[in-house]
Design a protein around this ligand. Sequence first.
Ligand code: GCO
Length: 274
Amino acid sequence: MRFLHCTEWRIIMGRLDGKVAVITGGNSGVGAATAKLFAKEGATVVITARREAALKEVADEITAAGGEVYAVSTDISKPEDPEALMQKVMDKYGKIDILVNNAGIIRRVPMHEMDAADFRRVIDIDLNAPFIVAKAVLPAMMEKRAGKIINICSMMSELGRETVSAYAAAKGGLKMLTRNICSEYGEYNIQCNGIGPGYIATPQTAPLREPQADGSRHPFDSFICAKTPAGRWLDPEELTGPAVFLASEASNAVNGHVLYVDGGILAYIGKQPK
Ligand code: GCO
């Protein structure tokens, strides 16, 4: 490990120096934070999303800070798009070292009112797409006998709650896809791990934090702070240290694991009501 350069953000360590990392959903929240830190750590980052405008903003920020970035607008739920994307990355850089399956959506609807089409759409983006994208990168990683796949799981890989049936089903599935990729490709020196974010202040959770019409806190906001030993929502940046660890050689013997970055939620029975 060595100190490489000092950006206006902070001193970085070059822990991903020379690596090529593909991050799906790199346009906001967890994906954007991960892309920025990976670039600071020396990786060339390929960020994908459907909407070009937001993707460009993140790419410009990375470039302005001296990072190497390639932004590709693509629909990862269609098998032909990830295949074309991986071909572009292989043509441009000749390898893919790291994949972060981060893109995801959520629909918050009571299950008995949810359309089957909406359920399918969530499964498509949150579970089928990670399979499709991982399938597209695996051959290059197998050939090189090295690779890191990080699947962004959730508290809902372990827990349920009202209104998130499709999301919980997908994220529970993604945890098992993580273990299966580990089982099936560990012999190729491919490590597949998950990160299970707790409640993170991102656009996805913004509706759960919005103050009420009378100015009081959203009940879910107070609920989550009481359920989290840390007593607060987490920042997307707080996931990036664990992501760098799972993307770097420091984690070569860690495989099939989901690292929960939840401020302690899964360890905690919750605060006794006053
Ligand atoms: C919800 C939240 C969560 C988070 C996160 C938790 O409605 O409960 O949106 O599902 O998005 O994934 O880990």
